[in-house]
Design a protein around this ligand. Sequence first.
Ligand SMILES: [Zn+2]
Length: 67
Amino acid sequence: MADGECNCGAVAFLVNTELKDAFDCHCSMCRKSTGSNGIPMVVVSNTAFRLLHGKGSIVSWKNPDTD
Ligand SMILES: [Zn+2]
C-alpha cells in the first residue's frame, strides 16, 4: 500500500497493492515538463487505485506537437 499527493496537496490518492511495475520515463514530454531527465512512474490496476480528494483539480494536457 502507498499514498501520495501532488506538490500543493490538492490531489491525493491511495494505492492498495504491491508496487512492483515502477520505471522512469525519459521521453521528450516528461523531460520537457519537469526540466529533468524523466519522471518516475508506477503502473497499478484501476481497482487498486483510489482517489482520496481533488478530482476537480485534475486537468489534462495535450501535446501541441502531436496535432
Ligand atoms: Zn514520458
